[in-house]
Design a protein around this ligand. Structure first.
Ligand code: HEC
Ligand code: HEC
Ligand code: HEC
Ligand code: HEC
Ligand code: HEC
Length: 568
């Protein structure tokens, strides 16, 4: 190193000046722009209204009534990759060198859905030419910069709950009425109710074994697969039994499934029709033999790709994230989002904005050597993550809510006010599956660390768990449990986890987007208590603790936020 340094003497400075001059002139030249002209044809005739752009660039132009366009390109780009897109056609590409005009020919894409199409697994058969992992997964032999995130769509999706939705053991154990180790509960007993003229369940689900859809309805497959095992539901409609899922259907909500969705039917209220959960509200464009289509958010990816604006809208997620049973809203993150300021098209945020955060990479492919397709360097703002973080993601949870704590003391009491604000959740907190709860725990301690006694104020209800607080059974403790509480219409069981039965809404104190819940507490202050420490913790619990104990689910509670103050 030292030798080298001496040998080069003052040369590095000269080289630097030369490089700068070169760079500057290149930059000057780059500033000089030229025009690239061309025509877009479809069905042998010029096509007006097609979107034309340099592949990967944000600038675009639209063809005029003669199907012609003019793009401005830097003079130095002696070769430009141009794409054209219009509804009803595959995206087309051509390479052009100004001043020669170019022609792009759009080919119509299929418009009839083919129900016999066999979905492609991203991973099951990596040798398959069409397996997404061939091109959309990180290849171990690819050298990448240390600061560049490696995961591509397939690597990320493998870690996403959608990839597990058909085999999620909590789902299957609630569906089948088993514990995690497979012990099946008793079938539900029904009795004829002469006043109602129907058979009604005779006993609550808890305390009589396990709760489960198939214990209530042993002969019906139910509609659970419509969202959890969608490929099976597409094949077997209302007879799709999740236990029979095999092959690509076991991949749950998989790549090829989402990228074959072509539309969603919504009611006049903007929500999916209640009787049509999941796949029953969606339309698909599955190609026939020898054809392929991928619907995606880009209009400049030539080949078998089709631009679908719906991919970047919350409505894309609505069919499975809205759902009711017997007219009672059960899942509703989409509806809650729609009712919130987040659905404002200008100032709001989509599901994708929060759940598919920009990954910060400039590409979403890593092509094998035998695929020589041109791939542009893309704006990282246009590439979305397939990790789909949710309620199990601590980083996302940290953005969900904030706590403020206020305490004042008199000679005998400490009065505490706790505000919980939904600061970053684009819907209610908690949302979707009604098993979820968010629990606020409020504690007061004197200077010696002794807990103070609650005289008056909010307390955790029975469904926070009756038992040892050290084990997570919080009933009776100072605090609030935020949840949607449903009662079984016939047995009265409250809360019921059997939300596929006829239920009624008892209460819903979940916190809507940007809303604040305020609770107050008065703790007894012993003489000479010294300074008082107040702590508020907000945690997310995946399911009611008694259900978890019964089922053997051991998913730990997760911390969302914590605040501590001292009242001197
Ligand atoms: C739950 C549905 C869903 C699943 C499953 C899914 N995608 Fe996507 N994908 C989307 C949506 C929605 C977008 C567009 C996001 C946007 O633009 O707002 C997208 C975007 C893409 C893009 C464009 C680049 C990017 O990342 O933004 C590619 C490529 C892609 N997906 C491939 C895949 C592959 C490969 C898989 C499986 C490993 C997969 N997708 C699984 C919904 C899905
Ligand atoms: C075909 C139905 C379907 C579609 C379409 C769908 N989802 Fe889901 N989603 C599910 C199911 C089922 C689960 C539960 C999976 C599980 O936990 O087993 C889920 C879970 C989730 C979770 C929780 C993940 C976690 O780690 O807990 C998030 C977040 C989510 N979806 C967001 C989205 C977004 C955003 C879209 C649209 C881009 C979308 N989903 C489209 C069915 C769907
Ligand atoms: C309208 C679509 C839809 C239908 C129908 C549906 N689910 Fe779900 N389910 C979801 C979504 C979306 C999630 C994830 C939401 C969340 O994380 O809160 C989910 C989550 C769950 C979970 C929680 C999984 C976990 O890991 O915590 C269970 C259990 C479950 N569903 C069981 C069922 C059963 C049983 C049925 C049928 C009786 C059913 N679901 C019907 C969409 C649906
Ligand atoms: C042979 C390689 C290859 C395979 C296999 C492959 N893709 Fe792609 N895919 C690409 C390339 C290349 C692009 C465009 C990259 C670019 O322009 O930045 C792309 C783009 C996409 C897009 C974006 C389309 C748009 O218009 O927004 C989606 C979605 C997509 N692929 C999904 C899939 C899915 C799902 C699979 C598996 C079923 C798959 N791809 C298999 C190479 C492949
Ligand atoms: C402003 C950001 C934001 C937007 C927009 C947003 N979410 Fe969320 N979402 C969150 C946060 C934060 C959480 C974690 C807290 C929670 O579970 O409620 C979450 C959690 C979830 C979960 C996991 C629930 C569970 O208990 O497993 C699902 C499912 C979900 N969101 C679906 C959606 C859907 C569908 C949309 C669009 C209709 C959407 N989200 C829009 C921020 C957002």
């Amino acid at each position: 190193m030292a030798l080298l340094g001496r040998g080069f003497g003052h040369k590095p400075a000269l080289i630097l000046v030369a490089l700068l001059a070169l760079g500057f002139s290149a930059w000057l030249l780059y500033g000089v722009r030229t025009s690239l002209r061309g025509t877009v044809l479809a069905d042998g005739a010029p096509l007006a209204g097609a979107v034309v752009r340099i592949q990967g660039s944000a600038d675009y132009t639209i063809t005029d009534q003669h199907g012609t366009f003019t793009l401005t390109v830097p003079l130095l780009d002696n070769f430009a990759h141009v794409t054209a897109s219009a509804p009803g056609f595959y995206i087309a590409a051509a390479a052009g060198a100004p001043p020669n005009p170019i022609t792009l020919t759009l080919l119509p894409h299929p418009t009839e859905d083919n129900p016999d199409y066999a979905f492609i697994s991203p991973i099951l058969d990596r040798e398959n030419e069409a397996a997404c992992a061939r091109c959309h997964a990180h290849r171990s032999e690819t050298v990448r910069a240390a600061d560049e995130p490696a995961p591509l769509p397939v690597d990320e999706w493998l870690l996403d709950a959608h990839a597990q939705s058909a085999v999620n053991s909590r789902f299957l154990s609630l569906y089948n009425g088993t514990t995690l180790d497979g012990t099946r509960g008793d079938l539900t007993a029904y009795q004829f109710d002469s006043a109602l003229g129907i058979d009604i369940p005779t006993a609550p689900t808890s305390g009589q074994g396990d709760v489960g859809f198939r214990l209530d309805f042993p002969d019906s497959a139910g509609s659970c697969a419509a969202c959890h095992v969608p490929i099976l539901a597409l094949e077997h409609g209302h007879n799709a039994d999740p236990n029979t899922a095999a092959g690509v259907a076991r991949e749950g909500v998989t790549c090829d499934f989402c990228h074959k969705i072509s539309g969603i039917s919504l009611g006049a209220d903007g929500l999916p029709v209640p009787d049509l959960p999941g796949v029953f509200s969606l339309t698909f464009l599955r190609p026939s033999h020898d054809e392929q289509v991928f619907m995606g958010p880009f209009d400049d990816t030539p080949g078998d790709d089709i631009y679908l604006p719906l991919q970047s809208e919350s409505q894309f997620c609505a069919a499975c994230h809205t759902g009711s049973f017997w007219g009672v809203s059960i899942y509703n993150s989409f509806g809650e989002w729609l009712d919130s300021p987040y659905s404002d098209p200008i100032s709001g945020q989509t599901c994708q904005d929060c759940h598919m955060p920009r990954r910060g990479t400039t590409t979403f492919v890593d092509l094998p050597p035998d695929v020589t397709q041109f791939v542009p360097v893309r704006d990282p703002q246009t590439i979305f993550s397939h990790l789909m973080p949710g309620a199990a993601d601590e980083a996302l949870l940290a953005t969900a809510a904030a706590i403020t704590l206020d305490g004042t003391r008199s000679s005998e009491q400490v009065r505490v006010t706790v505000e919980v604000t939904n600061t970053g959740t684009g819907h209610h907190l908690p949302t979707d599956n009604p098993l979820r709860q968010v629990i606020l725990l409020v504690e007061a301690h004197d200077a010696d660390g002794n807990p103070l006694t609650l005289l008056d104020g909010a307390r955790i209800p029975a469904w926070g768990g009756i038992g040892d607080p050290a084990q997570g059974y919080y009933a009776g403790l100072p605090g609030v449990l935020y949840a949607k509480i449903l009662a079984d219409v016939y047995t009265g069981e409250t809360p019921t986890a059997a939300y596929w039965r006829q239920t009624s809404l008892v209460s819903d104190n979940r916190i809507a987007a940007f809303a604040t819940d305020t609770s107050t507490y008065q703790f007894r202050l012993p003489a000479n208590a010294g300074s008082v420490t107040l702590t508020a913790r907000l945690i997310l619990r995946r399911a009611f603790i008694e259900l978890m104990a019964e089922k053997g689910w051991d998913t730990p509670d997760l911390l969302i936020a914590q605040e501590t103050i001292t009242v001197p």
